[in-house]
Design a protein around this ligand. Structure first.
Ligand code: ADP
Ligand code: ZN
Length: 436
C-alpha cells in the first residue's frame, strides 16, 4: 500500500533529529511560561528550578507537574501566556469528571491543532476526494471543531453534522456518500445498529474509514464497529488541555497511536509517586506542549493510564506510540479491594457475543461492595424463556468473574432498554459515593 502522510518530513523524522527539535522547543517554551505564567513560575521557584536548568529532555523531570486541580484553581485565565486579545477561541472539557476547565487558543494554536487532526485523517486514508462526516459534538467540546478543521486542511468535503439526530446522520451519510465517519465509538456503534434496523447492509454505505475517540473503547468494540459499518476503525486521542483530539492517532497498522512528538513530549509516570517510568511500563500519561502559545501546559498529568512504545512502526512514522488508554485512573473502580476497569467488562461482553450496550452499577450493601452489570440482549438473542435467560446470565457472570476476580450479578435486559449515547457514553453508576 502506498504510504500516506500529511506532513511526511515531520511524521517520519529521524529519532535523533526529532529529539533535538524537541529540546530546542522545550527550552524556548519553558522560558515563555516562566515569563508569562506567574502561577507556574511560582511552582518552579518552589522546586528551585529556573529556565537555565532545562537544556535537554533529561532535565524535563526537574519541572513541576500540573494537574486538573491547578487548572480549576487558576480558572479562568490564570494559565494564559499571551495577551487575551491575541486569543481567537475558547473550548472547554466535557466535564466528565467534574467541573469543566477551559482552554484558550491563538490562531497559531488552532492551526497546529488542526494539523494534528489532518495527520489523523490522512493516516486513516483521507484525501481531498473524501467526504468527511463529523458527528462529534460541536460547540465548547473539542471533538467537532478539531476534526472539522483537520478535514478542511486535508481539503476533504466536510459535513459538520454535530452529534445527535441519527435519522438525519444516516440520510446525509447515504445521500452525500460520506466516506469517513468521525464520532465517539459509542455513537458509531449506535449508528451501525440503526443502519441495520433500517435494513441497510454494511456494503450499502460508501464509508471506508472511521476516526473514533474521546472515550475508552476496546479492540472487541473496534471489530464490532468495523463489521457493522463495513469500515476500518481508527482510534484518535486527545484532551482539551492539550488542544483537543489529534494529540495521538492510529496509522494503518491499527496498533497503537502515534503521538505528535514535534508538538508534545510524552512521559509515563507512576501515578502514586510521580516517578518517571521507562518505555513499555504502564502508568499515567503526562504531556508537555512544545508549541502552544496561549495555554502552554508543561508536564500536565492526564490521569489516562497507558503504555508507550518506541518500537519501529511499519508505517514509517517515527513518533512514539501509546496504547489505547484503559481509561482514566479515576475511572478505575475498586470493588471489594480489586481494581476493575469498565473496559475489562466490555471486553468480556463483546467476546461473549453481546452488543456494546451495557451499564455497570456499583453500590455498597452491608459494608460490602456490589457489582451489577446490565447487558442488553440483541433481538436475535432475545428469548422469552426465563430458564434460557438465567442460564445465559450465569454463563456471562462466570466469564466476568474469571477476568476480574470479582463476582458480578448479571442482568440481561430486553433490546433497546439501555440508553444509547450520541457523545461520550456514561456506563458506570457508582452509588457508593452517595453514602459517604
Ligand atoms: P473530560 O476530561 O471532561 O472528558 P475532554 O473532552 O477533554 O474532557 O476529554 C479528554 C479525555 O477523554 C481524555 O483525558 C481521555 O480520558 C478521554 N479520551 C479521549 N480520547 C480517547 C481515546 N481514544 N481512548 C480513550 N480515552 C480517550
Ligand atoms: Zn504507524
Amino acid at each position: 500500500m502506498e504510504k500516506r502522510y500529511y506532513q511526511k518530513d515531520i511524521e517520519t523524522m529521524e529519532p535523533e533529529a526529532l529529539r533535538s527539535l524537541q529540546e530546542q522547543k522545550l527550552q524556548k517554551q519553558v522560558r515563555h511560561v516562566w515569563e508569562h505564567v506567574p502561577y507556574y513560575r511560582a511552582l518552579m521557584e518552589k522546586k528551585g528550578v529556573t529556565p537555565d536548568d532545562i537544556r535537554g529532555l533529561d532535565d524535563l523531570r526537574k519541572l513541576p507537574f500540573l494537574s486538573k486541580a491547578d487548572l480549576r484553581e487558576t480558572y479562568p485565565y490564570g494559565m494564559l501566556a499571551v495577551p487575551l486579545s491575541d486569543c481567537v477561541r475558547i473550548q472547554s472539557t466535557s466535564g466528565t469528571t467534574g467541573k469543566r476547565v477551559i482552554a484558550y487558543y491563538t490562531q497559531h494554536d488552532i492551526d497546529l491543532w488542526e494539523e494534528c487532526c489532518a495527520r489523523a485523517i490522512v493516516a486513516a486514508g483521507g484525501t481531498k476526494e473524501d467526504v468527511v462526516q463529523v458527528c462529534y459534538g460541536y460547540g465548547l467540546f473539542t471533538g467537532g471543531s478539531g476534526l472539522h478543521g483537520g478535514s478542511h486542511k486535508v481539503g476533504s468535503l466536510t459535513l459538520p453534522m454535530s452529534s445527535g439526530n441519527t435519522e438525519r446522520q444516516i440520510q446525509f451519510m447515504m445521500d452525500l456518500k460520506a466516506t469517513i465517519l468521525c464520532c465517539t465509538p459509542s455513537y458509531a456503534a449506535y449508528i451501525g445498529e440503526t443502519l441495520k434496523e433500517k435494513g441497510y447492509k454494511p456494503e450499502d454505505n460508501q464509508l471506508k474509514a472511521g476516526i473514533f475517540g474521546a472515550e475508552p473503547w476496546t479492540e472487541e468494540m473496534r471489530r464490532d464497529i468495523e463489521r457493522s459499518l463495513g469500515i476500518k476503525a481508527y482510534d484518535i486521542y486527545g484532551l482539551t488541555e492539550t488542544s483537543g483530539p489529534g494529540v495521538a492517532f492510529e496509522c494503518e497498522e491499527q496498533n497503537g497511536m502515534h503521538i505528535n512528538e514535534d508538538h508534545f513530549i510524552a512521559e509515563i509516570i507512576d501515578p502514586d509517586t510521580g516517578e518517571v517510568l521507562p518505555d513499555g511500563e504502564k502508568g499515567e500519561l503526562v504531556f508537555t506542549s512544545l508549541d502552544k502559545e496561549a495555554f502552554p501546559l508543561l508536564r500536565y498529568r492526564t490521569r489516562d493510564i497507558c503504555v508507550l512504545t518506541r518500537e519501529k512502526c511499519p508505517c514509517g512514522r517515527t513518533h512514539v506510540r501509546m496504547s489505547k488508554p484503559m481509561g482514566r485512573s479515576d475511572d478505575m473502580l475498586i470493588i471489594r479491594g480489586v481494581n476493575v476497569f469498565p473496559s475489562q467488562i466490555e471486553t468480556v461482553l463483546l467476546s461473549e457475543g453481546y452488543a456494546p450496550n451495557y451499564r455497570i452499577e456499583v453500590d455498597r450493601v452491608n459494608n460490602s461492595d456490589t457489582l451489577e452489570v446490565y447487558v442488553e440482549l440483541t433481538p436475535e438473542q432475545f428469548t422469552d424463556t426465563v430458564s434460557g435467560v438465567t442460564a445465559m446470565e450465569r454463563k456471562l457472570a462466570s466469564a466476568i468473574k474469571t477476568v476480574l476476580g470479582v463476582n458480578p450479578v448479571v442482568h440481561l435486559v430486553a433490546p433497546k432498554t439501555i440508553e444509547r449515547s450520541e457523545g461520550k457514553a456514561k456506563r458506570v453508576i457508582d452509588r457508593r459515593n452517595l453514602h459517604d
